[in-house]
Each structure stands twice: as C-alpha cells, then as structure tokens.
Design a protein. Structure first.
Length: 138
C-alpha cells in the first residue's frame, strides 16, 4: 500500500514541474499549484463607503452632519455634533470598520447654549402666551 504523498510549500516554490511528480505510480493523481499568500486590501473608496454606512445605521449620531475622508486607510471625520458623546461615538463607529488604519477625529462639538432662544422660538412663545385684554369704556 502506498501512503499519501504530500509536498511542502517549499517544494512547490522550487518550481517542481508536474511531470517530475510521481504520477507514474498506480492510483496517484497529482495537482500542482503554486501557493502564494493573497492579501486583500480595501480601497479608500471601500473604506469610506463602509464607514458612512455604519454611521447611517447607528442611532447615536446624525450621519448627515458627519463627513468622512479616507487617505491610505487613515479616516478623517469632520462635521459637527451636539454633544461630546456623539464625537466619541462617531470615532468608535469608524473603528469597527475593517481596513481602517488610523482615525483623525476633527468633529466639532456645538452645544446649544442654555437660555438662548432663536427669533422663531420667541415668536412662537409670544403667540402661545398672548393675553387677551378687553377694555371697557365708561
């Protein structure tokens, strides 16, 4: 009985020609192939698309106000959020995406000032709290 014939990667890299392999033995079938590691690298466009997609699916941030720039796997986040938690959540979301090498978080935090009201808020408040005064002439 003939046992299995195993060729190492070193033997395959030595350019062993298929005709030199022991095919002449009964019941031996040989398939020769080169073994080479294949690395799959995402392009910057792929990474940008994946980060933007993750941002849209995460409810903790408003993805419409976030910009994503990718250069050689380095993700730069721009835009503005309403609180510091949103800034850090955005960075955590980008870290989840495969292919991201580093993150530059340039997001600005614009907190609403307490007690400051816009003209629209004031006009709406005036309409809601208007007092009807009736004047009676003697």
């Amino acid at each position: 009985m003939i046992g299995p014939i195993v060729y190492s990667a070193r033997q395959m890299q030595a350019d062993v020609a298929p005709h030199k392999l022991p095919e002449s033995l009964p019941g031996v079938f040989v398939i020769a192939c080169r073994l080479s590691p294949v690395m799959f690298m995402k392009t910057d466009a792929d990474i940008r698309r994946d980060v933007e997609s993750e941002l849209q699916w995460d409810p903790s941030v408003d993805a419409k106000k976030i910009g994503v720039i990718v250069n050689n796997g380095v993700v730069t986040l721009t835009g503005e959020v309403g609180h510091f938690g949103g800034k850090w959540a955005t960075e955590d979301i980008a870290k989840r995406v495969s292919g991201v090498q580093a993150i530059a978080n340039d997001i600005q935090v614009k907190t609403p000032l307490s007690g400051v009201r816009t003209d629209t808020d004031i006009a709406g408040g005036m309409r809601e709290s208007s007092i009807v005064v009736s004047v009676v002439k003697p």
